[in-house]
Ligand binder design. Sequence first.
Ligand code: NPW
Ligand code: K
Length: 233
Amino acid sequence: MKRTGPEVVQLVTSAQMRAIENAAMAAGQATGLQLMERAGEAVAEAVPDWPAPRLAAILCGPGNNGGDGFVVARLLAARGWQVQVFAPGWEAVFPELGPPGPVRARQGTDACTNARRWRDEGGSCRPLAALAEVEAGRILVVDALLGIGQTRPCDALLEPYWRARARWDRAGAEVRTLSVDVPTGFDCDSGAALARRPFEADLVVTFHSEKPVHAHLRAAGVAVRVADIGLGS
Ligand SMILES: NC(=O)C1=CN([C@@H]2O[C@H](COP(=O)(O)OP(=O)(O)OC[C@H]3O[C@@H](n4cnc5c(N)ncnc54)[C@H](OP(=O)(O)O)[C@@H]3O)[C@@H](O)[C@H]2O)[C@@H](O)CC1
Ligand SMILES: [K+]
C-alpha cells in the first residue's frame, strides 16, 4: 500500500493576499469588482440546495467582506431563496436601517457598488438587532461581517446573532452556517479569537489560498473550501 504523508498546504497571510489581489488588479487581470463577483459566486455555489421554505439570513459588514455578502444575497435570491440582509453600517445606502450607528461602511468601495446593486434590484436591509425577529425554521446564516480585515474585538457585531441563535435553537430551528473567507471573530494571521464567542461556521469558503486561521479551523473540525477566483497560482 502506498503511504502518503500529511497534506502540505501553502498558507498565505492577509498581507500576502492583499498583495496578490493588488498585483492582479495592477496587471489588468481582473478588477476588484470582478474579484468580488467571483468570490460571491464561489460562496453561492457552496450553498446547499435546501427544499423551500428556506431563508438565507446574510450578515453584511462594513468592508469588502460585506460586499461579498451582497453578491451572495443577489445570487441566492435569483436562485429562488428567500433572502434577508442584515447590514450594520450601511445606513447611507439603505435609509430603512435608520440613523447611523457606531459602525460605518466606507463609500466608493466595491462593497458599496454591490450594496447599491442589491438595493437597485429591489433588495432591502434590516438592522442586526432584527435577527431576533426571524422565525425559527430552516435558516442558512451567511457570515459576511468581517474577513481578512478584522484586527480588533467585534463582540458588539456578534452579540445580536448569538441572541437570535439561542432563540432559534430553543425553538428547534434547522440552522446551518457559512462564513465568507474568515469567520467573524478570528484574526486571519494568528487564528486568535477577537470575540468572546466567535462565529461558528459549518463551512468556510476562502479565496485563492488558505490563510493561517484556516489551518486552526480545520484542526478543530471545521470544513474549509478554497475557491479559485482567477488570481493564478
Ligand atoms: N479586491 C479585494 O480586496 C477582494 C476582497 N475580498 C473580500 O474582502 C475582504 C477584505 O475586505 P476588507 O479589507 O474591507 O476587510 P473586512 O474584513 O471586510 O473588514 C474591514 C472593515 O470592517 C471594519 N471593522 C474591522 N473590525 C471591526 C470591528 N471589530 N467592529 C466593527 N467594524 C470593524 C473596518 O472598519 P475600520 O477599521 O475602517 O473602522 C472596515 O470597514 C476579504 O476577506 C474578502 O471577503 C473578495 O471580494 C475578493 C476581492
Ligand atoms: K466572514
